[in-house]
Design a protein around this ligand. Structure first.
Ligand code: G6P
Length: 559
């Protein structure tokens, strides 16, 4: 590790540095392809987030002029191109400007040059970049959690802007090199929230933090028995004009949207479509001014979600972002933003980010249903009361999760695991299955139980592990029938149900995890917790790198 190699930084002299954690897009993850990349004469070094799309064309041109490349990356091409333009014009800032006009794609750059030993140049397009104003130096980062130990005084860079940092100053320019005044923001996150403390893994800590995170997301938005979303400017008139709702997101946020689709359609009586952001952006979606588009993103920086949001805006839709990171790109670009107050989430596989997205979407659904008058007073009151009680119920389960740990120790050796369920159990299973594959590397799929007979059942053989989800009360009997169906083919069944149905389920399944009961539309908020813990303990048994699973990144700022 770099910390070991440098004796925790003690071996590094000087007052200026750049560093980067790489998610390999071009060339395998090895030392040669790792950043910083240096120009041929060794004078210019840079780190880069993003992808340079026209790098091959530039590489060929530079190679024809005799430039030799050492890595397979798109980033090195930028270092070499910078050297070329710097030699041509003699000004580093001008060279950066020329390079930015030449390259296509997405980027955040941190650039240093030996001719300017005290200066760092930074630029961004479609990739996060935050400036940190410290008392003893200044910073650039792509994620605020990296600097909150040093400063909370930040400014968010916009696309096309260029910053020049020294120890004591930060100057920002637009693409035409006109100086800009940046608005400062204060990061409120607590430093210990971004530290592992006594926990073995961030993921475990974050799973346990969920009751508090959900409480922080819900409580400030409930006053006098009503949901008050002060940050949202949607009026009753606009709500009544909504003909179609899209939820766009990636990864777990997409699965949070998938749960919300069921909840919102019940509450709002409006069609809700959940679309993967990477598909939405290229699908010529049917969006007009009567379309409400909800962009869900923990980081607020996922490139596909950002692009989908821009496409929705371009087509005239009204946009609402559900984000966790204050000041993130998606939060800033959407018409309205509702923050999930989960605090910093560090583990790559989300847990509290997802739970707070569910809570924020439940709140928003209830709020809109109230504007639309599509929910009765009694139902509204019951849902809101039960939403407020979720943290307590999550806590109750978290105090007795040993059975989940035990089942993980029984089943961690399986090569392939199926999650089955109907309705909200199905969409909750999608997230449970994703958690498992992300961190334990076990092949896993989630199926709507009704689809079993159309294919999946052929994969069930003696000993196959099926995680059967039966927390959705109205369809519990059907859940039991599906357990019987897979058991008849020899499956081993680990079932998740509510306390009310535990006994019945125990008569059929091999193992049962029971969770507390809540309002049926909110049940996934409780049901997901054992699935997260199951994935966590299975990964632990298998010796996986839980917080940083192979090939995955926390914030995916490339397409
Ligand atoms: C990555 C993370 C996931 C996350 C997804 C979307 O794949 O590993 O945990 O769900 O990105 O991220 P977002 O920040 O947009 O919610």
């Amino acid at each position: 590790m770099l910390a070991d190699l440098t004796h925790d930084g003690a071996d590094l002299t000087g007052s200026l540095g750049i560093g980067h954690t790489r998610r390999a897009t071009h060339g395998e993850p090895n030392d040669i392809n790792a950043h910083p990349h240096v120009s041929e004469n060794g004078a210019i070094a840079l780190v880069h987030n993003g992808i340079i799309e026209n790098y091959l064309e530039i590489k060929e041109q530079l190679a024809q002029q005799g430039v030799t490349f050492t890595s397979e990356t798109d980033t090195e091409v930028v270092a070499q191109l910078l050297e070329f333009h710097y030699n041509e014009c003699g000004s580093m800032l001008e060279a950066v400007g020329r390079v930015l006009r030449r390259i296509e794609g997405s980027y955040t750059f941190g650039i240093i040059c030996s001719d300017y030993p005290n200066a760092l140049i930074a630029a961004r397009k479609d990739s996060p970049l935050i400036l940190g104003y410290g008392e003893n130096g200044n910073f650039i980062v792509s994620d605020v959690t990296a600097i909150i130990k040093h400063t909370r005084d930040v400014a968010y860079m916009n696309d096309g802007e260029i910053a020049v940092l020294t120890e004591n100053s930060i100057d920002v320019f637009d693409a035409e090199m006109t100086p800009l005044e940046k608005e400062h923001s204060r990061v409120e996150w607590d430093v210990t929230a971004a530290e592992k403390c006594e926990y073995p893994h961030f993921m475990f800590k974050e799973i346990l933090e969920q009751p508090e995170a959900v409480r922080k997301t819900v409580s400030p938005r409930v006053r006098d028995g009503r949901v008050m979303l002060d940050d949202i400017t949607i009026t009753a008139d606009y709500a009544k004009s909504i003909s179609h709702i899209y939820m766009i997101a990636c990864g777990s946020a997409f699965y949070a949207g998938s749960v919300a689709k069921y909840v919102w359609e019940q509450l709002l009586r409006r069609p809700v479509e959940v679309v993967l952001a990477s598909e939405f952006r290229y699908s010529e979606p049917l969006v007009d001014e009567n379309t409400l588009v909800i962009a869900i993103s923990q980081s607020g920086e996922t490139l596909d979600t950002m692009a989908a949001l821009r496409e929705a805006k371009r087509l005239g839709g009204r946009t609402l972002a559900v984000c966790n990171v204050v000041g993130s790109s998606i939060a800033r670009e959407a018409d309205d933003v509702l923050y999930t107050w989960a605090g910093p989430e560090i583990a790559v596989a989300t847990s509290k980010g997802y739970s707070t997205q569910l809570a924020a979407l439940d709140l928003t659904g209830l709020y809109l249903a109230d504007l639309l008058e599509t929910v009765s007073r009694e139902e509204y009151d019951e849902i809101l009361t039960k939403l407020q009680a979720l943290p307590e119920k999550m806590q109750k389960y978290l105090e007795h999760y040993e059975e989940t740990q035990y089942y993980a120790s029984l089943y961690f050796n399986h090569d392939s695991i199926f999650f089955i369920g109907r309705n909200l159990d199905f969409v909750m299973g999608l997230e449970g299955s994703l958690k498992l594959k992300e961190i334990s590397y076990i092949h896993s799929e989630a199926y709507a139980s009704g689809e079993l007979k159309h294919g999946t059942i052929s994969l069930i053989e003696p000993g196959t592990l099926v995680v059967a989800l039966g927390t959705h009360g109205p369809l519990f009997d059907k859940a039991i029938s599906n357990v019987v169906e897979v058991k008849a083919r020899g499956a081993t069944v680990l079932a998740v149900t509510t306390e009310k149905f535990r006994e019945k389920m125990e008569k059929t399944a091999d193992a049962v995890i029971a969770i507390p009961e809540t309002y049926r539309l909110l049940q996934p908020s409780l049901g997901i917790v054992p699935l997260q813990l199951f994935a966590y303990y299975v990964a632990l048994q298998r010796g996986c790198d839980i917080d940083k699973p192979r090939n995955l990144a926390k914030s995916v700022t490339v397409e």
